[in-house]
Write a protein that binds this ligand. Sequence first.
Ligand SMILES: [Fe+2]
Length: 359
Amino acid sequence: MGILPPTLHHVGLVIRDLDAISAGYAELLGLDTWNVTDLGELTTGARVRGAHTQVTGRLGVGVAPWGDSFWLIEPGKGRSTYKDFQATNGHGIHHLGFAVEAAELQPTVDAFDRLGASVAQSYEVTGVGSVTEIDTRALLGGYYIQLVTPSGPDAFVVPEGRAVDLSRSYARPDGLGPLPVPRGIQHFGVVVRDMVERVDAHGNVFGISDWVVQNWRTEPGSLESPTFEGRPVDHEYFAAASPLDGPLGFEVVQPTLGPSDYKENFLNLVGQGIHHMNLVGLDDHAHWLRLRDWLQSAGVSVCMSGDLMGGAAEFYYIDTRKRLGGVVVECFGMDPNADLTQMKQRGPYYRISKEPAPA
Ligand SMILES: [Fe+2]
């Protein structure tokens, strides 16, 4: 059992320019319609780390075609955890948001307290409910958990602001785009310094009891033909994956040897955090090549890639940080014609499980 409800309410990002980044979500992901509100008008009774404050800035809320909600927060003046995050990270995924009923709010806060994570910020959202943010950056690795609590029986819905339709703000090549997202966000890739500690913490918070740990490295049967910034690379990392059938997926990554996007373009710059969303499914390689050309023209390049299972599967991290607000998108595809019985794929390094050992 975790201490949060199993399903995500929204993904919360701190960004620099709401107009530019919402346009990126529209062009790349087909998220065309946004509800834009003024945080200063929307919020009252804000406290950040015990001190009274006024949360200001703009909030853009959009629902992706596959159903996940994104909250884009452009911080204004004055202190908030959003402004703090902007100071330390620039931009990126600030929090994962979960809806918690009023009666469950204090027990949830207490449960986080017992894990060493306390409330960093809270405020009321006029007519809707309250927001409580837990500073889970040390516990989980660089991101907060936000609890949204409805004041009435209705679900927490951000009040109607200015409706923005961006469907005419871009022109994609014929027959291409938005990026194909067959099953929603498959996992959040959290880049950390200590994979084992962060896996245990994700287990406690999200109730995930079984992790498969791979030691990916440049060699046959593991990572094949890996690239970093367009060049072949010799590197290694540990990646612990939560079960694929869970409502919320995580991959906890600890880079070790050699250069990688995880380390060079993330951990060394902004520290631990949610580096990527595994989102895009690739059905065939030829289609991917056309997508890649379109992405290049939209200012998005491949920052890291590799083949798995002797080339039966391939993955590409595309550098969407400037278009989607500090987060990378992972694209993954399997060759439908590959004979998986012939694959020489290295097995897991080990499993981290809370299930009782077999007798
Ligand atoms: Fe991933």
